[in-house]
Design a protein around this ligand. Structure first.
Ligand SMILES: Cc1cc2nc3c(=O)[nH]c(=O)nc-3n(C[C@H](O)[C@H](O)[C@H](O)COP(=O)(O)O)c2cc1C
Length: 373
């Protein structure tokens, strides 16, 4: 229904305008608890085999809304109703800001991709905190992704902003993500370098540890990093006992396979063309850190198979943004149902399903290589 009827209509409207309309609709559902309760009954897919525990956090299922989709926390409970086990609100900056000039969001339908150069437009951390304070209950898990205002990064005061944003939203967040990987705020990604990241994470964790309740802190990384750069990030994560790593943000690369007219727009590319690279980064991080550092996999997830590929690469949770644009807001509900169906069919749990998927994939890849020889 979404793919065949709603998406073709929405596709005619400017991409960001569509996004705003959909979020306005979802925020109305957010303010209608009876409607949400009804939807929850209709869309129920609560199966204990889908549950994932990361540290102290208990997720109803492995799927989450990736940062950027609900930047201002307008519809967190509604996303839960639609089957998401967690929602990452943000990127939230201390001050409200307009972001980059429009147009800044482009669909690439033949590539199942999106390019954006939003530049953290948002209502600011205080407004988001107030909005999230009104939320009731512990589900879904809500993370808040924090960043720096454009002017602060330009003036070399980025770390002050991370601390401020952390202070502003800490009380309403189940976990905090430090976003140092968005390509659309000039010089932000320089914070991923060893010395800069060490200084930033040192300050942010010290401030976090001053709160009486300890909440998990994740770092979100870019897909465009070398193995040596990922090693540096892992070293910082180990030094400061970071609780998890989110891999990955959008890429500045432009694969030669892209066919859409918008492929040369500047900004970060997400969706199907990012999938393989994100999986490679997850696999690399997992091979280096094993189970000591939980990995949240993001990039090009549209189906249950895509989820299994990320779990098989080493992720324990998975997030989606572009998949929601192309498949609609019920994508998580559909994927969860499919995961349950596959677990029932094979009589295995989620981890075993992912492991089987991994060995099947390897066998298929092996056969392809045999043919190539
Ligand atoms: C329009 C748009 C805005 C985004 N904004 C943010 C953001 O504010 N903070 C962030 O950490 N990631 C942001 N992202 C990146 C996503 O969270 C995700 O890491 C990336 O899109 C890859 O996942 P996907 O292929 O499922 O979209 C944004 C992505 C898109 C498409």
């Amino acid at each position: 229904m979404y793919r065949n009827v709603i998406y073709p209509i929405l596709q005619r409207i400017d991409a960001e305008r569509t996004h705003d309309i959909v979020l306005q609709l979802l925020s109305r559902v957010e303010r209608a608890p009876r409607l949400r309760a009804l939807l929850r009954r209709l869309l129920s897919c609560d199966d204990p085999r889908l549950a994932v525990t990361v540290g102290e956090l208990h997720f109803a299922n492995p799927l989450g809304v990736a940062a950027g989709l609900d930047k201002n926390g307008l519809a967190v409970q509604t996303w839960g109703t639609f089957g998401f086990g967690h929602v990452e609100v943000g990127t939230v900056t201390p001050q409200a800001q307009p972001g980059n000039p429009r147009p800044r969001l482009f669909r690439l339908p033949p590539d199942r991709a999106v390019i954006n150069r939003m530049g953290f437009p948002g209502h600011g951390a205080d407004v988001v905190r107030q909005r999230l304070t009104a939320r009731s209950g512990g589900r879904p898990i809500v993370g808040v992704n924090i960043g720096a205002n454009k002017t602060s990064v330009e003036e070399g005061r980025a770390s002050d902003d991370y601390i401020r944003a952390l202070e502003q939203v800490y009380v309403v967040a189940d976990y905090i993500t430090v976003n140092v990987s968005s390509p659309n705020t000039v010089r932000l990604r320089e914070l991923q370098g060893r010395a800069a990241l060490d200084a930033l994470v040192g300050q942010v964790t010290a401030r976090r540890d001053a709160f009486s309740a300890r909440k998990p802190l994740f770092i979100k990384v870019a897909p465009d990093l070398s193995a040596a750069e990922l090693d540096d990030i892992l070293a910082v994560c180990t030094a400061y006992h970071v609780d998890g790593i989110i891999a990955t943000n959008t890429t500045i690369a432009r694969p030669s396979s892209l066919r859409s007219a918008a492929r040369s727009e500047s900004g970060g590319l997400s969706g199907a063309p990012l999938r393989q690279r994100a999986n490679d980064v997850i696999r690399y991080l997992y091979s280096a850190a094993g189970d000591t550092l939980p990995i949240i996999g993001v990039g090009g997830v549209f189906t249950a198979e895509d989820v299994l590929a990320k779990l098989a690469a080493g992720a324990c949770l998975v997030q989606l943004y572009t998949g929601v644009i192309y498949e609609g807001p019920l994508v998580a509900w559909r994927i969860n149902r499919e995961l349950v169906r596959l677990m029932e069919q094979r009589d295995v749990g989620l981890a075993q399903l992912a492991a089987e998927f991994n060995s099947n994939e390897r066998a298929v890849r092996g056969k392809r290589e045999d043919h190539a020889v």
